[in-house]
Design a binder for this molecule. Sequence first.
Ligand code: RTP
Ligand code: MG
Length: 141
Amino acid sequence: MAVERTLSIIKPDAVGKNVIGEILTRFEKAGLQIVAAKMLKLDDEKAGGFYAEHKERPFFGDLVGFMTSGPVVVQVLEGENAIAKNRELMGATNPKEADAGTIRADFAESIDANAVHGSDSAESAAREIDYFFNAEEICAR
Ligand code: RTP
Ligand code: MG
């Protein structure tokens, strides 16, 4: 297995619930290192560009509205098989379908307010990390 990097976002619902630390702890306990992190408030342009692949989908407006509704915490996670590992920790997009013990099963309310984002492929991870971080902001250990 290769060491990978993936882009993780703690979404506005989870920030609002004050569970940033609990979510970051799950990543650390699973052996992923946080090699970059920042809190920011997305605007329509930044959130829309991030989810550009969903631009034509009926839920796009709601998705952008939700992602700009409060601060988010964006991180780069690094570790063995980090992309798939993070998707496993997150659970299914719809928390009603998420396995017990996953982040979305434990902290998400709905398919819209679903607590976290994680890159879904190596290509997405590369694009998404570059979308939020300069090389100097990523602290390899
Ligand atoms: P994410 O990109 O946020 O990590 O979520 P994901 O890969 O599990 O799901 P994706 O298909 O990429 O969808 C992005 C976000 O759009 C919302 N969504 N709503 N109403 C719907 O049918 C629907 N489908 C997706 C979700 O909030 C999802 O996280
Ligand atoms: Mg996705």
